[in-house]
Design a protein around this ligand. Structure first.
Ligand SMILES: C[S@@+](CC[C@H](N)C(=O)[O-])C[C@H]1O[C@@H](n2cnc3c(N)ncnc32)[C@H](O)[C@@H]1O
Length: 390
């Protein structure tokens, strides 16, 4: 056991206590803590892996731990036990090192119970006698409702693939201009471009009603469009302006409720509704998100998404196109929104490229007239496009 190994676990435990006890966001807590620490870059990377990995696999770790706990434990002990279980079961850290460094990082009377339980888990690791998982939701470490929901909406096999992949660390992709943006978001912007005449967005006016932090807005501006980029939240809207300024983009940020946009109707060549959603397609990016989303979110958000599309349609010029995208995979937030809008506006044309299996470009797949990206190589995403008549 090295000093640095103990120090790394100590920071990890502290961060996990904040995430659990104060319901703090993992990414917001961890950055400043690492900044303040004396850890090397390599150890900072290790702490990040420990905190995000343990947070993701929390339910599975709790199953392993609970078998040996006789009474309730405090947040520090719980965090240390989860951290130890994660290293032993998922990282396959050498059992002796995992136990010694984790126990060494615990302060106070809780150290005894951490030592006792982790030794038992270390024995199971050495002998290869970890128990069978009681069910899929525990094995994959998600709330039961998320597993059931995706199995129901995507089918059991695709859901399993999606859930497994979202337990891997997210990769970082950078655009040519240096902006960090997942490939799925880049593919959404590509679909917007390819829906334009001759794939040409130069001179087009695009309204992006849910724009913050501005990833898609700045990508569309780089394709030649002028983008009016709104967001409900002032703080987030200022991020759009900051990013646009940094990149020298023709993006004009404004604060506004997308269901009542402060813009003239019939003024846009293209509208993008990259709507707020339950985020079940991008769970690998936010390790703690799965424990925060509630099961009522898809229905609640489906209504808001439908309202946003309605007001977006109103902004389109005749012949204009609306692109709808969400980084989630539930029926309520994809096919059901499309059905509700089409039922109300049968005159709209659903663009065939992104809604028919024969035409959709890879890696998109089509189901229920909606284009899907499953979260394997990229984030998960659903998309469809509507054209207003001339
Ligand atoms: C998926 S994010 C947008 C990501 C962005 N398009 C990008 O590519 O960087 C959804 C955004 O919708 C915003 N939002 C939520 N409700 C809204 C509303 N009623 N009107 C406008 N924006 C809203 C949220 O603040 C959030 O920034």
């Amino acid at each position: 056991m090295t000093e640095a190994g103990v120090a790394a676990r100590r920071v990890a435990i502290k961060a996990m206590v904040r995430i659990e006890q104060d319901e703090a966001y993992a990414n917001l807590v961890l950055g400043p803590m690492l900044e303040r620490s004396q850890l090397s870059d390599r150890d900072r990377g290790f702490v990040t892996e420990l905190v995000y990995g343990t947070t993701r696999m929390q339910r599975a770790c709790d199953f392993l731990i609970e078998r040996y706990l006789l009474s309730k434990v405090d947040h520090q002990v719980r965090a240390a036990l989860r951290l130890g279980a994660y290293q032993l079961r998922f990282l396959e850290t050498a059992p002796h090192a995992a136990v010694a460094a984790t126990v060494g990082a615990v302060r106070g009377p809780g150290r005894g119970v951490v030592n006792a339980v982790l030794r038992k888990l270390a024995k199971e690791a050495e002998l290869g006698t970890f128990p069978e998982w009681p069910n899929e939701a525990t094995r994959l470490s998600y709330p039961t409702w998320i597993v059931k929901k995706l199995e129901q909406d995507l089918g059991v096999d695709p859901a399993g693939v999606a859930l497994e992949s979202m337990n891997q660390a997210a990769s970082v992709t950078r655009r040519d201009d240096g902006y960090v943006q997942d490939l799925a978001s880049q593919l959404v912007c590509q679909a917007v471009q390819e829906a334009a005449v001759d794939d040409d967005l130069s001179g087009a006016v695009i309204v992006d009603l849910c724009a913050a932090p501005g990833g898609k807005a700045t990508a569309l501006a780089a394709m030649g469009a002028t983008v009016l980029a709104g967001d409900l939240r002032p703080k987030r809207s200022s991020l759009v302006q900051t990013n646009a300024t940094k990149l020298g983009s023709s993006v004009y940020a404004f604060v506004g409720d997308g269901t009542q946009p402060p813009l003239r109707s019939g003024s846009a060549d293209h509208v993008l509704i990259d709507a707020p959603c339950s985020g079940l397609g991008s769970l690998r990016r936010r390790a703690d998100a799965r424990w925060r989303v509630d099961s009522a979110a898809p229905i609640r958000l489906g209504q808001l998404q439908t309202d946003l599309v309605e007001s977006g349609l109103n902004l389109l010029k005749p012949g204009g196109i609306l692109t709808y995208s969400v980084c989630t995979l539930t029926n309520e937030e994809g096919p059901a929104v499309l059905d509700a809008v089409m039922a109300k506006h049968p005159e709209l044309e659903l663009l065939p490229t992104m809604s028919t299996p024969e035409q959709v470009p890879q890696p998109w797949v089509v189901s229920n007239r909606v284009a899907y990206l499953l979260p394997t190589e990229t984030d998960g995403m659903m998309l469809w496009q509507l054209k207003k008549g001339q």
